[in-house]
Design a protein around this ligand. Structure first.
Ligand SMILES: NC(=O)C1=CN([C@@H]2O[C@H](COP(=O)(O)OP(=O)(O)OC[C@H]3O[C@@H](n4cnc5c(N)ncnc54)[C@H](OP(=O)(O)O)[C@@H]3O)[C@@H](O)[C@H]2O)C=CC1
Ligand SMILES: C=C(O[C@H]1[C@H](O)[C@@H](CO)O[C@H](OP(=O)(O)OP(=O)(O)OC[C@H]2O[C@@H](n3ccc(=O)[nH]c3=O)[C@H](O)[C@@H]2O)[C@@H]1NC(C)=O)C(=O)O
Length: 383
């Protein structure tokens, strides 16, 4: 993935025993500085051990929750104990079982039940949820706004972690440190309103910052990777790593994160933008064009296919020229407005959508000998 070992900053998580009961309380944030590294968004009580390890999650016994214990309100309280650490037993107690449906978490409105579900709003909660899954050998999935995923009708046989890490900090004019669950649309609008250029295209995009970094979202000659300064991630081992821009590679709808075998999740990203007076004006024009050319009021997942590279023709044009605009299978259809958007117009199942995607691929290949590649990601019931 092009990461130079020397440049990669790492913090190893160690386990600290915590009191057996950790009452819930509002967490606070601070900066923990080690060398030139500052970990914003992490709870105050996190500390560096004498061997420079970041002390975070407590070891805990596995507790099987009762139904009453797993019931979460629609806006769950933070899972951080009084001392700031996230007790794994709190994670355990906060998991909803066989309750949440993936269709509620997807812009397509497709997907069956989550075997386990948790919503996280702080980095330490996300890290602990991942450590919990690794410890219990449960497969997990990070979901942002679900604007680029096709979930299976059978659901997901593991823990779905809904990412709501929505911290936002202005480091200096034009430099923003943003949690990976922050809405990408809101970030784009906020920066443009403040007169900074680079993320105008994000206005109107329904994903999260994490999803946008992972996919290197882009439009109108701009992309996410071009304005990234640093990214903080957590690995499958539960290590928090801070990657500099030079450690990360970005391409068309591609980032080196997609090939990192030990990436568990993106925690936050730092964006560096340039001052531009007409930023908001430009964004308004892009939003207006989006409204005219895309079915923004329908249930879609944005572009289904990547544009073929170096062909000078877009996936949408190829699909239209193959005569497939408006083509339906079950409850899924190709948008009559923009052929690279597929709509769930009538209770589409995941199989309807997959059949439609395959049919369009085959037809475009038959007519033009062009092999389309999906941009959206299909998430199977079991990996
Ligand atoms: N230009 C446009 O108009 C549109 C653009 N988009 C873009 O699609 C993407 C979807 O964003 P979003 O809805 O939040 O994502 P989703 O919830 O749809 O997740 C998409 C994939 O991104 C990965 N991902 C999401 N969040 C994280 C994270 N914090 N850390 C690591 N990986 C993550 C996951 O990969 P894995 O499955 O491997 O875990 C997931 O499968 C964005 O890039 C968005 O900007 C979407 C719609 C329209
Ligand atoms: C929607 C997404 O991103 C979009 C992004 O919003 C827009 C706007 O910049 O540019 C890309 O679409 P796109 O390449 O289809 O852009 P458009 O400007 O809509 O279309 C390109 C060309 O194809 C033509 N076109 C498009 C759709 C169609 O049904 N028929 C057609 O002929 C358009 O007229 C235009 O000449 C991104 N898609 C990809 C795969 O790169 C997404 O990532 O999910």
């Amino acid at each position: 993935m092009g990461v130079e070992e020397g440049a990669k900053q790492q913090i190893n998580m160690a386990l600290l025993p915590l009191p057996s009961s950790s009452p819930l309380s509002s967490p606070t944030t601070s900066h923990i500085t080690k060398s030139n590294m500052s970990l914003s968004f992490l709870p105050t009580s996190l500390a560096l051990s004498p061997n420079n390890h970041l002390l975070l999650s407590p070891a805990s016994k596995t507790i099987t929750p009762t139904k009453e214990e797993v019931a979460l309100s629609s806006t769950p309280p933070p899972l951080v104990g009084l001392d700031g650490g996230v007790d794994l037993s709190l994670i355990d107690r906060s998991i909803l079982r066989d309750h949440k449906c993936l269709k509620e978490l997807s812009t397509w409105g497709i997907g069956g039940p989550c075997k386990y579900f948790i919503q996280v709003s702080r980095p330490s909660e996300l890290v602990s949820a991942i450590r919990y899954c690794e410890m219990k050998r449960i497969q997990y999935l990070i979901v942002g706004r679900g604007s680029n995923c096709l979930f299976d009708d059978r659901g997901f046989d593991g823990l779905v972690i809904l990412n709501r890490l929505d911290q936002f900090e202005v480091i200096e004019p034009g430099v923003y440190m943003v949690g990976s669950g922050y809405p990408f649309n809101r970030l784009g609008v906020r920066c443009s309103v403040e007169g900074y250029s680079g993320l105008e295209f994000a206005g109107g995009i329904p994903g999260t910052v994490g999803g946008a970094v992972f996919m290197n979202a882009g439009a109108n000659e701009q992309d996410t990777g071009s304005v990234i300064d640093e990214v903080e991630i957590v690995t499958t081992e539960g290590e928090v790593q801070r990657l500099r821009r030079s450690d990360i590679a970005f391409g068309y709808r591609w980032s080196s994160f997609q090939e990192m075998t030990d990436l568990a999740a993106i925690l936050s990203a730092r964006f560096r933008l340039t001052a531009a007076e007409k930023s908001r004006e430009r964004q308004r024009a892009l939003l207006e064009r989006r409204r005219r050319t895309q079915p923004i009021r329908e249930r879609t997942a944005g572009s289904v296919f990547r544009n073929p590279l170096n062909l000078g023709i877009s996936a949408g044009e190829l699909i239209e020229l193959a005569g497939l605009k408006g083509f339906e299978i079950g409850g899924a259809k190709v948008s009559p407005l923009h052929a690279n958007f597929f709509i769930n117009f009538n209770s589409s199942t995941s199989s309807d959508m997959l059949l439609l995607i395959n049919h369009v691929k085959e037809e475009v290949h038959r007519v033009f000998q062009v092999q389309l590649k999906e941009e959206m990601r299909y998430v199977p019931y079991r990996n």
